[in-house]
Design a protein around this ligand. Structure first.
Ligand code: IVH
Length: 671
């Protein structure tokens, strides 16, 4: 590279930067790359070589400068040119209408066009572009002054370091505002990774995004999966568009990342519908939102409406009902699971969170209780995020009266009185008595559960009676129950007994190897793992005789897991259960695999008529296909059932994925 003259190098570097910026935009903003990663790296390496040879040619907007700069001692401050306002928010439809009607009155109009946007649950940031180059990025701070996070924001690939030209030029000065966030799945993975390293974990994606942005060392920020959605044009030297909608379009043209969800609405009724629709889709979105923002579209009307002290009159946040509430812990009790694990569960003073009444919450283990200092009688903050099981975020020590009691898990099993052991270095305490009735009950429940033998009517109360009367002490006993056994039980009517016996017969006849393996309750083996074992070994006998190495040969199988499964398979008691199952005539072999869907990736969304989601997965795998949960460029088909989520459909459109209905899906399966 040094063979280039300075003049040539200057020209070539500028070309390379432009090319790299183009591909960066295609990849990160449009999610539609047109060159391979290797080709991109080649371009980038060429630029690095030039910049190495001529360091004074490095520009702040060079793609090589995304992760630059040494760690700082503290974050500096940035004064916002105009205040970064907050939003007034409402929770109820009535309050929304009131504000909307006030707007109409002020503007002396019958209707007003609104732009509806999600209210992203991230961290608001301001980006300043001078002569098209990103020069400053800051947090909102107190609205007037924020923290300087420029080097950190530069590591976010969705943030252009240079604006793209529109009509041949870039604005001399432009302020853009938006929200930096972390996707929910990336947050989970990031937290796991932190946990593995013994590093700090975060309570939610928002805190993780905020913590990542406020790092002193941008190299740390660069490792974090951060994204941005821009939602506003701030002060600019250019002519402003006339509407918020055009602002979003204009930002998009300049290469900023804009969400696909915003919509232009003509009536308050449409806003209500939009709110309700978004609330339904909320859990399916890859990122957290906590409501909708409705903005008057016409920017001249913004002037007329003006602002309150800290919030504009032309915008309103209509929030979703909170998913966090405080309540009190009435008692804490230890429950024994099927592997003997003792789980402390708190009984709460019931609270409604996001439309569901929460009465119990797992506290997971002793370490968790100690770490969060959760006591019986404490006020606690409980969160129910999406489809996630409710959990205690924290205790509120300020509200203590002094009567609260610390909780320690018992050292004898609350069910059988057997010894409870917590091996060194492990978080879980276990009852070590394999004949513990609580463990047997849980094992039986699992055996009969939907993903396993799917025995209709084998509920918790019935199982408790069967185990307490010692009619059932092993999984296999369930399959030999007689009508007399059942009618002897309290409150068991003749027809219920017949129905259960029928359900057991049916389950015996239709259980697949994968479901049976899942139902056995082998440690670490969930539904997907059971399908994998069934496909790999083909029969119960092969599974029992497999070696640790056989297990290790499977995808995603680590030593701890392989050894635990092997230990289960070689345990005499477990082998006896399996042999007994076989004697009872339950000895399924792996379904003959077809290859109709070999190499085909399929996502199912919504409810199918002819099968459950799990059955659809099994059916796809049985034909050599690959069922996945998210639509990407690798997806071949999206199967759309009743009441599908709109995100998957949108993703499918974006990636040009074939959408098919249930009928076409069944055809693909050869049914
Ligand atoms: S516009 C003057 N749009 O909500 C208007 N804000 O409570 C300023 N937010 O600090 C905000 N999504 O962090 C706007 N689509 C959106 C938003 C949004 C999230 C946040 C933003 C702001 C806070 C205001």
């Amino acid at each position: 590279m040094t063979s280039m003259s300075k003049k040539e190098a200057t020209k070539r570097a500028a070309e390379l930067r432009e090319e790299l910026a183009y591909h960066n935009h295609r990849y990160y903003v449009l999610d539609d790359p047109v060159i391979s990663d290797a080709d991109y790296d080649e371009l980038k390496n060429a630029l690095i070589a030039i910049e190495d040879a001529y360091p004074d040619l490095v520009t702040p907007d060079s793609p090589t400068q995304r992760v630059g700069g040494a760690p700082r001692d503290e974050l500096g401050t940035v004064h916002h040119e105009t205040a970064m306002l907050s939003l007034d928010s409402v929770l109820e439809e009535e309050a929304f209408h009131r504000l909307y009607n006030n707007c109409l009155k002020e503007l002396d109009r019958d209707t007003v066009t609104l732009v509806a946007e999600p209210k992203y649950d991230g961290l608001s940031v301001e980006l300043v572009y001078n002569k098209g180059t990103l020069t400053t990025a800051s947090t909102r701070g107190d609205g007037q002054t924020g923290e300087d996070i420029t080097p950190n924001v530069k590591t976010i690939h969705e943030v252009p370091l240079r604006l793209r030209k529109t009509n041949g030029s870039v604005p001399d000065h432009l302020v853009v505002r938006g929200e930096v966030y972390m996707n929910k799945n990336e947050f989970e993975a990031f937290n796991k990774q932190q946990e593995g390293k013994g590093a700090k974990t975060f309570a939610n994606p928002r805190n993780a995004a905020a913590g990542s942005l406020r790092q002193l060392d941008p190299k740390v920020t660069a490792q974090r999966p951060l994204h941005i959605f821009c939602w506003q044009i701030g002060p600019t030297s250019s002519a402003m568009p006339n509407t918020q909608w055009e602002c979003l379009e204009c930002l998009k043209k300049m290469g900023m990342k804009i969400d696909d969800l915003p919509a232009k609405l003509e009536h308050a009724e449409e806003a209500v519908e939009w709110y309700q629709k978004l609330q339904k889709e909320r859990d399916d979105l890859p990122y957290e939102i906590d409501g909708c923002v409705f903005k008057v579209n016409d920017l001249v009307a913004h002037e007329t409406l003006g602002t309150r002290t800290a919030s504009p009159r032309w915008a309103i946040a209509w929030k979703f009902p909170p998913r966090r509430k405080t309540t009190r812990i009435k008692t804490i009790e230890a429950y024994v699971g099927r592997t003997g694990a003792l789980t402390p569960v708190a009984t709460l003073e019931p609270v409604h969170i996001g439309g569901v009444e929460v009465t119990h919450v797992s506290l997971h283990n002793q370490d968790e209780i100690d770490r969060k200092d959760i006591r019986v009688g404490d006020h606690v903050l409980v969160e129910r995020a999406g489809d996630v099981i409710p959990h205690v975020v924290k205790s509120i020590p300020d509200k203590r009266s002094g009567d609260e009691k610390k909780y320690v898990l018992p050292d004898t099993c609350p069910s059988c009185g057997g010894p409870v052991v917590r091996p060194k270095g492990e978080a879980i305490a276990r009852c070590t008595n394999v004949s513990c009735p609580a463990q047997i009950k849980q094992r039986i429940m699992h055996f009969g559960s939907k993903g396993a033998l799917d025995i209709d009517g084998l509920g918790e109360k019935l199982v408790a009676q069967l185990v307490d009367t010692e009619k059932v002490t092993e999984l296999t006993d369930v399959l030999e129950l007689t009508k007399d056994d059942l009618t002897e039980l309290e409150r068991m009517a003749d027809t219920s007994a017949d129905n259960l016996l029928h359900a057991i017969r049916e389950a015996k006849g239709k259980v697949t190897l994968a479901r049976l393996v899942y139902g056995l309750g082998i440690p670490h083996v969930g539904k997907a793992g059971a399908r994998q074992l069934a496909a790999a070994f083909g029969s119960l006998d092969n599974l029992l005789d497999a070696t640790v190495n056989d297990f290790l040969a499977l995808d995603d199988m680590g030593t701890i897991m392989a050894e635990a499964i092997h230990a289960w398979c070689t345990n005499d008691r477990n082998r006896k259960v399996v042999k007994e199952l076989q004697r009872q005539g339950i000895n399924p072999t792996a379904e003959k695999r077809g290859d109709r869907l070999a190499g085909t990736t399929i996502v199912v969304t919504g409810t199918l008529e002819s099968m459950t989601r799990d059955e659809a997965r099994e059916a796809i795998q049985a034909q050599g296909g690959n069922p996945t949960g998210n639509v990407s460029g690798n997806t071949d088909y999206l199967v759309v059932g009743a009441n599908p989520g709109s995100t998957k459909q949108q993703d499918a459109d974006k990636h040009g994925v074939n959408t098919i209905d249930e009928k076409e899906f069944l055809k693909l399966l050869g049914r």
